[in-house]
Design a protein around this ligand. Structure first.
Ligand code: CU
Length: 338
């Protein structure tokens, strides 16, 4: 009995020390990115309970083990066998019933937290998200806005309706906590209510190919008024752009995710830059050279593997669903990049 009391006290002391050790080391708190959404509150609540459970279970295993090793060591010269124990019904019932109750409590806590993160606000703003190797594109219905950045109003639920055109991606803003896969062939939903104005980043959290690491976009949480201003400006800009071929071309390259692989400023990404491309001499993989004229650019978009640029892998998908006028608009835009 004396041993039980001592071990019991030591377990409690050790659990408290472990817990505060984890808190001081920052595991339980500072290692988290800041909490920037309503949904993160119940997730962090669950996490905090987990840290407490971990501290207790750690002590419950370590303390009796070390205690037995020290106190019940075989004495020098003692060659007798250990005591033979047949079984203990009380003990078996106890260690079945207690974990059962604990698991039921955990299931309830998990379900509660899931319910909180999935809570639907009927007034949620809908934004369409397209994931594609290696960009995110955000479309604001009824405004004409197609954006490379995600702007969200603070304290308002938004529902992202997400689609992938190629492989599985995963939408993850650490400060919002919730993470959601984007799967080709279906629309997945992601509900979030940002609570803190600021600039964050969405990262793809599913290894999706060569430039997976670069698949990130800005997520900007605006005050309500700033958000409205942004929407107004962007929809005006989208309308003006739609009045000229190069403006339309620029919208198309955002919409089709071309900028995930091509830069417009000379930077080499997964694909060659478009800066000063038009009219230049392009070295191909077979050693020949072509002039980047309308016909070459058109073929490069519709059938990228026919003429491979030297030094690049064949990863560009064929954009053969683009219409003739789309292609003409894109080329008009490429011509402006000098
Ligand atoms: Cu991805």
């Amino acid at each position: 009995m004396r041993h039980f009391v001592i071990v019991g006290i030591l377990v409690v002391v050790m659990a408290v020390l472990t817990y505060f050790g984890l808190v001081v080391a920052g595991v339980a708190t500072q290692m988290h990115p800041i909490e920037a959404s309503l949904q993160s509150v119940s997730i962090d609540w669950l996490w905090h309970w987990e840290i407490m459970a971990i501290s207790f279970l750690f002590s419950l295993i370590i303390v009796p083990m070390v205690y037995s090793m020290v106190v019940f060591r075989r004495k020098k010269g003692d060659t007798t066998d250990a005591e033979h124990i047949e079984g203990n019904t009380t003990l078996e019932i106890t260690w079945t019933v207690i974990p059962l109750i604990v698991v039921l409590i955990l299931a309830y806590m998990g379900a509660y937290s899931l319910g909180q993160t999935r809570r639907v606000d009927p007034n949620a703003i809908v934004i369409k998200v397209k994931a594609q190797q290696f960009t995110w594109t955000f479309e604001y219905p009824n405004t004409g806005i197609i954006s490379e950045e995600l702007h969200l109003p603070v304290n308002q639920q938004v529902v992202l309706q997400m689609e992938s055109t190629d492989v599985i991606h995963s939408f993850w803003v650490p400060e919002f906590r919730v993470k959601q896969d984007v799967v080709p062939g279906r629309v997945t939903e992601y509900r979030i209510t940002p609570t803190l104005v600021g600039t964050y980043k969405v990262r793809c959290a599913e290894l999706c190919g060569m430039s997976h690491y670069a698949m990130e976009s800005l997520v900007i949480v605006d005050a309500q008024a700033d958000y409205t201003t942004w929407i107004d400006q962007q929809s005006k800009a989208a309308f003006e752009a739609s009045q000229s071929p190069e403006g339309l071309g620029k919208l198309l390259i955002v919409q089709n995710g071309c900028i995930g692989c091509h830069s417009t400023d000379g930077l080499k990404m997964a694909g060659p830059t478009w800066f000063e491309l038009y009219g230049s001499a392009v070295l191909l993989a077979d050693g020949s050279t072509v002039t980047a004229d309308d016909a070459y650019l058109r073929d490069s978009i519709l059938n990228p593997k026919a003429q491979m640029v030297d030094g690049f892998p064949p990863i560009m998908p064929a954009f053969d669903k683009l219409s003739d006028s789309d292609i003409a608009n894109i080329i008009a835009y490429l011509k402006t990049l000098k």
